[in-house]
Ligand binder design. Structure first.
Ligand code: KG4
Ligand code: ZN
Length: 351
């Protein structure tokens, strides 16, 4: 029997203790859950170092993960009040993300699981973002609508069961987070762009009529038009030598970027007769979007589940949460599990 078959054959716990490990971008994260209860979460970020370069430098990220991974896991296990011998499985992000960065977490997770003799679970980072809501609300059960808005993905998803999804719409070009990052660059704001725009937008008014990013009549989005509109507005004003308020640009951009997300998530829930909307991904940490979703869902009589902001951006608790789903589905990985730079939404990564 190989490693995954042995894991499948072994007796299963009702409420397993799972270590999650995440290293796909610039956060080295480890967390422990017992069933759907979060026991600990550690996030060691290299974002401050990356900010000097205006974005993530892959080699710096890989080296920072190598420095931090041992400490992150040790802190998570200690913080959970357990010893590593009490772990029932190790779940790790195997993609999508920066290859060198992923390989650090993945190799560490394999060695850790092997040494403890527990199953290894490979987690798709985006499925992790989608699973964060299960820790935020322990009573949450599918079906519901998931609004996924991260740096690489924007989608409205009908979550039918823990493992079955229907993608109702997604972005045709840039992702929402990518648009935030690009708009921030145009405005000369520091990396990461999302939080910078949110902060500046608080001092401005959403007075500039930027286009909404709807594409067609379905649930698809297009963010490249909005990005171009922001670039054109700033360049035009600069060419004409006119003063303009960067805070108003930030507020107007944020309003257009978030308005469509909330509107479409609620429309999808009505269409599918779903009782709840959940959100995940870095953009779901945006305070303006969270308020908008709260208002729109309340108006429509929908339950809203929003993970805490620190569990919307990259973290390992969400990886452990998706690990629990895979554990219950008996989906264990081989020790040959490799990293995957790209995993198409709703598909398995190629090994
Ligand atoms: O989910 P995430 O942490 O990483 C990916 O899996 O992509 O998302 C990162 C994205 C970045 O584009 C970042 O600018 C955006 O999420 N983001 C935000 C906020 N915090 C992070 N966007 C808007 N408002 C925020 N507060
Ligand atoms: Zn992410």
């Amino acid at each position: 029997m190989n490693y995954a078959q042995r894991a499948l054959a072994a007796p299963k716990k009702e409420e397993p203790v799972i270590l999650g490990i995440e290293s796909s971008c610039d956060e080295t994260a480890a967390a422990v859950i017992r069933g759907r209860e979060l026991l600990s979460s550690v996030i060691l970020s290299s974002a401050a170092e990356q900010a000097k370069y205006g974005g993530v430098v892959p080699e710096i990220a890989s080296r920072a993960h190598t420095d931090a991974i041992g400490e992150a896991v040790e802190q998570a296990v200690k913080g959970a009040g357990i010893t590593e011998r009490e772990l029932d499985a190790v779940a790790v992000t195997y993609g999508a993300g920066l290859l060198g960065a992923l390989l650090v977490g993945l190799s560490f997770a394999k060695a850790y699981a092997f040494a403890l003799g527990v199953p290894l679970i490979g987690v798709d980072h985006i499925r992790g973002h989608m699973a964060a809501a299960y820790l935020a609300d322990k009573a949450l059960e599918p079906p519901f609508i998931t609004l996924l808005a991260s740096g690489g993905h924007t989608a409205i998803i009908y979550t039918k069961s823990y493992t079955d999804f229907e993608i109702l719409g997604s972005t045709r070009d840039d992702a929402a987070g990518e648009a935030f990052d690009k708009a921030a660059r145009v405005l000369g704001l520091p990396y990461p762009g999302g939080p910078s725009i949110e902060k500046l937008a608080k001092q401005g008014r959403a007075s500039i009529p930027f286009p909404k990013m709807f594409s067609g009549g379905g649930y698809d989005f297009s963010y490249s038009g909005l990005k171009t509109a922001v670039i054109n507005y700033c360049h035009n004003m600069e060419q004409k030598g006119e003063n303009y308020s960067k805070a108003d640009v930030a507020a107007s951009f944020q309003s257009a970027a978030c308005g469509a997300l909330a509107e479409r998530a609620v429309a999808a829930a009505k269409k599918k007769g779903a009782a709840a909307v959940v959100a995940g991904g870095g953009v779901a940490a945006n305070g303006y979007l969270r308020e908008l979703l709260a208002n729109e869902c309340a108006k429509a009589g929908l339950k809203l589940v929003l993970p805490e902001k620190k569990f919307c951006t990259d973290n390992a608790a969400m990886i452990a949460a998706e690990g629990l789903i895979q554990y219950r589905a008996g989906n264990f990985a081989e020790l040959s599990l490799n990293a995957c730079a790209h995993i198409p939404l709703g598909k398995k990564g190629k090994q």
